[in-house]
Design a protein around this ligand. Sequence first.
Ligand SMILES: CC(C)(COP(=O)(O)OP(=O)(O)OC[C@H]1O[C@@H](n2cnc3c(N)ncnc32)[C@H](O)[C@@H]1OP(=O)(O)O)[C@@H](O)C(=O)NCCC(=O)NCCS
Length: 167
Amino acid sequence: MIQGFTVRRALPFDAPKVIAVIDAVGAEGIWLATDRYVPTPQWEQVLHHPDAEPRALLLVAETQKKIVGWCRVFPYKFGDKSLHVADIGIGVHRDSRRLGIGSALLSDAISLARSQGFEKLTLDLYSSSEIARHLFERVGFQIVGIRSRHAKINGTYVNEILMEMKL
Ligand SMILES: CC(C)(COP(=O)(O)OP(=O)(O)OC[C@H]1O[C@@H](n2cnc3c(N)ncnc32)[C@H](O)[C@@H]1OP(=O)(O)O)[C@@H](O)C(=O)NCCC(=O)NCCS
C-alpha cells in the first residue's frame, strides 16, 4: 500500500529502476509499443547523461525509494523547424495506479515543458488505452488524428490515436 509519493526529475542513478518500471509496464503487452525498454538515443541520453540535452525531461514518481512511474518529454527529434514541439509519454506500475500518480506526473511535466519554452506537446496511444486517453483529455490534449488498425494487440487490430496540446 502506498503511503505517499514524490515527483522529481530523474537522476542518472535512477536509471536501473526507471528501466525496471518501463519493463514492467511494457510486459503487460497492451499499452506501449514495445514490451520492454528499448535503448533509443533519446532515452539513453535522458537516463544516463541528462545534462547533454537539458531540454529533454524525465520525471519519476517515487514512493519509499521505489520508482513507480515516469513521464518523459522529448524534444521533437527531426530537424530544427520544430524546436518548439516535444513528445510526451507516461507510465505507472500497475500496483501503483489510481492513486493520482499519473495525474501528478503529467501535471508537473506540462508545467516544466511550458517553462522550458515548448509551445506544443504531442503524443500517441492506442485506441484501447481508454484510461490514458481520459487522463490526457482531462489536462487539455485533443485528438488530431487516427491511424487505423495501426497495431495488432493479442490478435486484435487497434487504432493509434494522435493527440496534441498547445501550451
Ligand atoms: C495512464 C496511467 C499513466 C494513469 O496513471 P494513474 O496513476 O493510474 O493515474 P491517476 O491515478 O492520476 O488517474 C488518472 C485518471 O484516470 C482514472 N483512472 C485510473 N485508473 C482507472 C481505471 N482502472 N478505471 C477507470 N478510471 C481510471 C482516474 O479516476 C483519473 O480520472 P479523474 O482524474 O477524472 O478522476 C496508467 O494507467 C498507466 O500507466 N497506463 C499504462 C501506460 C499507458 O497507457 N501510457 C499511455 C501511453 S503514453
